[in-house]
Design a protein around this ligand. Structure first.
Ligand SMILES: Cc1ncc(COP(=O)(O)O)c(C=O)c1O
Length: 462
């Protein structure tokens, strides 16, 4: 039975992938239609598994977004690399619990190997420990939980035992342009967003390191600094070396949210943007963004293993702890039981190799530049950012002065047209179109075709 269901799924998956480059990129069905088709009363009895898969594939199809395809430039979304997607199928089929070594020596060891490869690729300190989590949010949470442990332990407080009530206050310093999930992760850790010390950013969204030094000089007690590698709008990377200098003066922990940009450290031609990154205490990255591992896949790195383990180690009488050389993955993540998320990461790294990762980074950055060059030459289009990474931000100028309205309307028409998909944002008080090139399938021709569609949409707005 399982075999027939898997064959059915494989046939649909192959058909989907073959049609991916030509699909209308955005969804064509809304919640009402999907609910009508897929919903109804809970079936009273069983249905054949292969039939269930066939129904799902058929009925869900036009509610799917071709975000894995070559012309999806919304949010920051990668497509699944072939080896990673197939390895993910195996992860589901094998159904391994990657919590403890004893539950899956293969999942635990493959994850450990992938962790080592990542640390080497990103040139982080060799002792760095890695947690395989669901995404950037939980990677930020994981790094910041290690930070919370470390800075409070240094102040003589055991937060794992005694919690935060009565603990020395922790000063949390963030950049004005941090991602919202930094606030979310801090909130989960008991640090309210109203208490954050916010350091202003420069015109590209980078934290001002000079102002960070001033802020830190005025603070006492344990401190955590949250920096960023890859602004969600501009792709700009905070001045990490200067931030680490300022934090070191004060004994503060540095966490880097690299959900968007950390992978650029693997590219010899882009690594300079992240100079100093190896001095951070913890870092977050998203494998489901630029590494093109299927959802969900985030990575938390901690260069102080003791703090990482102190925050997440778990023990119970019925657990069987791994012996020397045996990784218990749950020691590095908030979860205990979980899927073997390391398998597709291993497959992505093994299939690309060091040169393949660097080439992927460079290619996406080149595409972002190609967008900026082509759109920037067009009348009435303004490129708003310095294109340093894989993000391009543009705005459409309206002869009547309603630039925001025109920009939003161009975004709407592009989405409706379906050649590509992207979204909008507000940048420095202005409506803007965000173009994020994170998928491995995008070619020069896809960029050119997309530019044409964007300009056609702009020309259609009167
Ligand atoms: C800079 C940054 N940090 C964190 C996140 C959160 O990542 P996730 O959505 O994988 O939880 C994002 C998501 O876009 C991001 O851009």
């Amino acid at each position: 039975m399982t075999e027939r269901a898997l064959e059915e799924a494989a046939a649909h998956a192959v058909q989907f992938l073959q049609g991916l480059p030509d699909r209308h990129v955005g969804p064509r069905a809304g919640a009402g239609e999907l609910r009508a088709r897929l919903g109804g009363p809970l079936p009273e009895g069983p249905t054949d598994p292969a039939e269930v898969v066939a129904q799902l594939a058929k009925l869900a199809d036009d509610g799917l977004v071709a975000s894995a395809g070559p012309r999806f430039f919304g949010f920051v979304v990668g497509g699944g690399l072939p080896a990673a997607v197939a390895a993910d199928w195996l992860a589901a089929t094998w159904d391994q619990n990657a919590g403890l070594f004893v539950l899956s020596p293969a999942a635990a060891t493959v994850e450990d190997i992938a962790a080592g490869w990542l640390v080497e690729l990103l040139r982080l300190p060799a002792a760095t420990t890695t947690g395989f989590v669901t995404g950037g949010t939980m990677a930020n949470f994981t790094g910041l939980a290690a930070a919370r442990h470390h800075v409070l332990a240094a102040a003589g407080w055991d937060v794992e035992r005694d919690g935060l009530s009565g603990a020395p206050p922790v000063e949390i310093v963030v950049g004005a342009e941090r991602h919202v999930t930094i606030d979310v992760a801090l909130r989960y850790l008991g640090f309210g967003s109203g208490r954050l010390r916010v350091v202003p950013a420069d015109g590209q969204g980078r934290m001002r390191a000079d102002l960070l030094a001033e802020t830190l000089a005025g603070l006492n007690g344990p401190a955590i600094v949250c920096a960023q590698a890859g602004n969600v709008n501009t792709g700009a990377v905070d001045p990490l070396a200067a931030i680490c200098d300022a934090a070191a003066e004060r004994g503060a922990w540095v966490h880097v949210d690299g959900a968007i940009g950390l992978l650029a450290a693997a590219s010899p031609s882009h690594r300079h943007l992240l100079a100093g990154v190896e001095r951070a205490d913890s870092l977050a990255a998203d494998a489901h963004k630029w590494l093109n591992v299927p959802y969900d896949s985030g990575l938390a790195f901690v260069t102080r293993p003791d703090a990482h383990l102190a925050a997440f180690s778990k023990a119970a009488a019925y657990f069987i702890p791994g012996q020397a050389g045996e990784r218990d993955p749950d020691a590095f993540t908030p979860e205990a039981s979980r899927r073997a998320r390391g398998l597709p990461v291993w497959a992505a790294l093994r299939s690309l190799g060091r040169s393949g990762v660097a080439e992927l980074v460079d290619r996406c950055c080149r595409h972002a530049r190609r967008f900026a060059d082509a759109l920037g030459q067009a009348d009435g289009v303004e490129v708003l950012n310095e294109v340093v990474l894989n993000q391009t931000l543009v705005r459409f100028l309206d002869p009547g002065g309603d630039h925001d309205g025109r920009t939003r309307e161009v975004v709407r028409r592009v989405q409706e047209d379906g050649t590509l998909w992207l979204g909008g944002t507000i940048w420095h008080g202005m409506a803007a179109m965000r173009i994020s090139v994170s998928g491995w399938r995008t070619s020069d021709q896809d960029v050119d075709r997309s530019v044409e569609a964007i300009l056609a949409a702009a020309a259609s707005v009167r």
